[in-house]
Design a protein around this ligand. Structure first.
Ligand SMILES: [Zn+2]
Length: 492
């Protein structure tokens, strides 16, 4: 948890935070944005490099068409207006892992603008504006560990140099750390649905910087903002913002001034630290990239890209609720990833009762996956298996208890449900009244004391008898039938 400076609740309530987020997302192209080097993660340092991404003199960038299509698709999914013509610009700054001395980005004419994401906050829906979405190249990476003389030296890996990114800049519409968390969660979900990025935060495919300031409630002008950088999980961003807001309120309350600066979040301590004063845009001396033509994504191309836009999570949830008579909560869980939603829908369409499929996925399947720390893609039980098991329960062929046992076996053996069901000899819950009669008679004969209690009016003992009969049948008796038969025999 973030540790927060000690300020009174009253002082905090006088202020409201203003938050804007800048998110960098790496696009899933096979090659880099301006050369044909591989973007593969984890290759030995400096093996995926060429004159272009090393920034050697005279090397010319050639724009990757796929990167443009992915960026445009993401922009469409985020409700942005696509600018038919956008301009690449040089953002000049010195950094050891930036061999050209500038980064090719977009500045005053970005690829897309005026988008939004809808988030849920306190039960209502709120639109968070997206100022712009632009294309740029990534820089290399400075390494401070993992090689022999790391204590004295810093090494540079330029494999990442020139990897395509989109930067998504939000409007300062975000009013709390919780809203920031929700915005990022929705953003990531949408991007994942489009398939343009894996959004893997550990590998740096999704990075977030947060701009935050505070102002007295009711004041129109923004306070001085700080930028919190290098936070590697959404949870930490929320914590960093909580800390930073409290810190700023404390500074302002005690008569101090906020310095516009970049701050780093230390997750172990739950605190942010000033790193350097924040550059202003004019410090970068942006100018149009002379080696690249204006980027033109005309209407025809836009229409082609729009055809590849999938149904997005929010729309899908709404449709699933009405298509399968499931709850909003069901739909929420079942659309966590596009793969899960696809699989669920395939199973729901195949099964007799979609609601039962939804319940099985959420309770029996997800519960077991969670216990084993597995993702849905790693589930031994496929959605075909879930559909089949749902139908067996629906038809009364197996009991809920038998289903649980079969699922356990699936997870133990790493086999899908149909296979386990087959290997276990297609077990059926017993609805053979003759067989059950015999079992019940045995159980009654073996427990005279409980029979006496039952007949004396203690009807709850019935549960004990059902349990005994179920055990005697090795879980295969139809519980409903057992109940009926028992009541008859004991009641007389
Ligand atoms: Zn290259």
């Amino acid at each position: 948890m973030a540790t927060t400076p000690d300020i009174s609740v009253g002082a905090r309530a006088k202020y409201e935070p203003v938050i804007g987020l800048e998110v960098h997302v790496q696009l899933l192209t096979a090659s880099k944005i301006f050369c044909s080097c591989s973007t593969r993660f984890g290759d030995p340092p400096n093996t995926n490099v060429c004159p272009v991404c090393l920034g050697l003199p005279g090397a010319l960038p050639v724009l990757n068409k796929k990167a443009v299509e992915f960026a445009t698709l993401a922009a469409m999914a985020l409700n942005c207006r696509i600018n038919e013509t956008s301009i690449f610009a040089r953002k000049n700054y010195f950094y050891p892992d930036l061999p050209k001395g500038y980064q090719i980005s977009q500045y005053d004419k970005p690829l897309a603008e005026f988008g939004f994401i809808e988030i849920k906050t306190n039960g209502t829906t709120k639109k968070i504006g997206i100022t712009r979405l632009h294309l740029e190249e990534d820089a290399g990476k400075s390494l401070h560990e993992g090689f022999p003389d790391a204590a004295e030296k810093t090494a540079i890996d330029l494999n990442r140099s020139g990897v395509p990114l989109i930067e998504i800049v939000s409007e300062p519409d975000i009013a709390s750390p919780d809203e920031a968390y929700e915005y990022l969660t929705r953003l990531k979900e949408i991007i994942l649905y489009t398939g343009v990025s894996d959004c893997n935060m550990e590998e740096g495919s999704l990075r977030c910087d947060a701009n935050v300031s505070v102002r007295p409630r009711g004041q129109k002008e923004f306070g001085t903002k700080t930028e919190v950088k290098n936070v590697n999980s959404f949870r930490f961003i929320r914590e960093a913002l909580i800390y930073e807001i409290e810190r700023q309120v404390e500074v302002v309350e005690s008569g101090g001034k906020i310095t516009q600066e970049t701050r780093l979040y230390n997750a172990d301590e739950g605190k942010t630290y000033g790193m350097r004063s924040k550059e202003q845009a004019h410090d970068y001396r942006y100018f149009p990239e002379p080696d690249l033509l204006p980027l033109v994504v005309d209407e025809k191309w836009q229409a082609e890209i729009r055809k590849t836009l999938p149904e997005l999570p929010e729309a899908r949830r709404k449709r699933m609720v009405s298509d399968y008579s499931i709850t909003e909560q069901d739909a929420h869980v079942l659309t966590l990833t596009r793969a899960l939603a696809d699989q669920f829908e395939a199973a729901a369409r195949a099964a007799k009762n979609p609601k039962r499929v939804a319940n099985l996925v959420q309770t029996e399947l997800m519960g077991r996956l969670k216990a084993k720390s597995l993702e849905i893609e790693q589930s031994p039980i496929s959605m075909t298996g879930v559909a089949m098991s749902a139908d067996l329960v629906e038809a009364g062929a197996i009991s809920g208890k038998m289903l649980k046992d079969l699922y356990d076996l699936s997870f133990e053996r790493g086999q899908d449900f149909p296979q386990v069901y087959e290997e276990e000899g297609r077990p059926q819950q017993s609805s053979d009244a003759g067989v059950l009669d015999r079992l019940i008679d045995e159980v009654i004969a073996a427990n005279p004391k409980q029979v006496e209690q039952y007949r004396a009016g203690k009807k709850t003992v019935a549960g004990f008898f059902v349990g005994q009969v179920m055990r005697a049948s090795k879980g295969q008796a139809n519980p409903q039938l057992v109940n009926e038969l028992l009541a008859k025999k004991l009641g007389s």
